[in-house]
Design a binder for this molecule. Structure first.
Ligand SMILES: Cc1ncc(COP(=O)(O)O)c(C=O)c1O
Length: 458
């Protein structure tokens, strides 16, 4: 019996920043080759695995994604905040190339290797706070969030976990329980994990008494709920995104995070910052917690950590992480040597190319244009975000009623014009922009012009 494996599309070794940094449409989107591949996907992959934009990628780098039909699209998504350093970033490629030829896996728990330790040392050094820290590595954001909860429960001897409205933490049993939104993340997948409690988030745009009251009132409600309904002494951890990602890039009103942190400190609750989406310079700080001087007890990272290779980390106070017995943590692939080398390449790139500063400049270029667009188009109710993590929230003009169909329509127009944008939000009415931090200015400008046109025509 012979098996046909199929033919690779594209030529190996042409991705990365040397790809022509241009938008180029040579077919309709998706083109015939992508449509063919989509038909095969539909026959082979269950529909539960969705597709935002059905172009099949052959190469990517800098600010573009190239598809199987030869179209070159502007990337405002970074594979959902992963390729901040760009796809096939040279320092990542070089390190991974060397590593793959040396050895691919031993299992760090069986026979360790230096790169894992170096990643841990680096994360201990660069994450907020100068206390003694430990780091262990995992494969995905969800796995890391789960492990943060395990560690917090073990260290405190308590069970309850407090999470927030609009929060997203993953798709495993525990993390989908921690996640707020029913459809598509939870619907039909119950029963959920016990001892998870949800409290309000300080969402300025939607706060009933106005954004100026949001931080104080929301923090008071959270503290009241925890105290009255759960009992602060039963809470192992509060898990929060410093900017809610999938929930719609909601920056909690200033003062909210410090108030929650202070409450946690007073009550021996482990404060876990989920920086899976916000970490590694995305928000114009290396970590979003830095913006308000938050020093979490545990910080969870993934996505941007390794330029696209699967890696995640739990970094926290030594006195919390050291409590777990030998063998209580780990996994076969966690801290795989290829992913560790990629992470070291990412950290070198962030520093060498000042990507934190670059994220700030991207925000400074995007926000004024989007605010001007919002003034002319009442369908945009709110413009928000920091650095290269920017969103617009769409509403029925003259109201704050969510307008998810406008978001879908604008995203579709952008896609047809070769601009990859993502949607988000509890109400599905947010367009979010996560360009690679290495995107050249001319593509950022061109992408914004396409977006402006799409909004104007909607
Ligand atoms: C804030 C946050 N936490 C956790 C996750 C889950 O990460 P992963 O998809 O790597 O499991 C995500 C993914 O989008 C996220 O944005």
């Amino acid at each position: 019996m012979s098996t046909v494996i199929g033919t690779a599309t594209g030529t190996a070794g042409e991705g990365g920043p040397s790809l022509p940094q241009e938008r180029r449409l040579v077919t309709e989107i998706p083109g015939p080759r992508s449509r063919e591949l989509l038909a095969r996907k539909q026959a082979a992959v269950p529909p539960g695995i969705g597709t935002t934009l059905p172009v099949f990628v052959t190469h990517a780098g800098g600010g573009v994604v190239v598809d199987a039909d030869g179209n070159s699209l502007i990337d405002f998504g970074s594979g959902i905040a992963v390729t901040g350093v760009g796809n096939a970033a040279p320092r990542v490629v070089e390190r991974v190339r060397r590593q793959v030829a040396d050895f691919t896996h031993t299992c760090f728990m069986v026979t360790p290797y230096e790169s894992y330790v170096r990643v841990a040392e680096e994360l201990n050094r660069i994450t907020p706070g100068d206390h003694e820290k430990r780091t262990f590595l995992l494969n995905s954001g969800a796995e890391a969030v789960e492990n943060a909860v395990k560690v917090a429960r073990h260290a405190t001897g308590r069970q309850a976990v407090v999470v927030f409205e609009h929060g997203y933490h993953g798709r495993t049993l525990l993390t989908m329980t921690l996640t707020a939104k029913n459809m598509p993340y939870k619907h039909g997948f119950g029963p959920f994990a016990p001892e998870v409690y949800r409290v309000p988030l300080a969402y300025p745009f939607r706060w009933p008494t106005g954004p100026e009251n949001c931080a104080e009132e929301a923090a008071a409600q959270v503290i009241d709920k925890i105290t009255k309904e759960i009992g602060a002494g039963n809470v192992a951890a509060v898990v929060i995104e410093p900017i809610a990602g999938e929930g719609g890039f909601i920056e909690p009103a200033p003062g909210f995070l410090p108030a929650i942190l202070e409450f946690c400190r007073r009550n021996g609750i482990v404060f876990v910052a989920d920086e899976v989406q916000t970490g590694f310079s995305r928000t114009g700080d290396l970590f979003a917690c830095e913006h308000e001087g938050i020093v979490p007890d545990i910080i969870v990272t993934a996505k941007g950590i390794a330029g696209g290779l699967p890696l995640a980390a739990v970094t926290g106070r030594a006195e919390i992480l050291d409590r777990v017995h030998v063998g209580g943590l780990g996994g076969t692939y966690g801290g795989n040597p290829l992913a560790c080398e990629a992470a070291l390449g990412v950290l070198e790139t962030i520093e060498a190319e000042d990507l934190t500063g670059r994220a700030r400049r991207i925000g400074a270029a995007m926000l004024p244009r989007l605010r001007a667009l919002a003034e002319r188009n009442p369908v945009i109710g709110d413009v928000r975000g920091r650095g290269a993590m920017i969103a617009v929230e769409l509403v029925v003009p003259g109201t704050t009623d969510p307008h998810p169909t406008a978001a879908a329509e604008i995203a579709a127009r952008c896609h047809a014009e070769g601009l990859l944008v993502l949607t988000a939000g509890t109400y599905g009415n947010v367009l979010r922009f996560l360009p690679p931090l290495v995107i050249p200015d001319h593509l950022l400008e061109e992408g914004l012009a396409i977006l402006e046109k799409a909004v104007n025509e909607t």
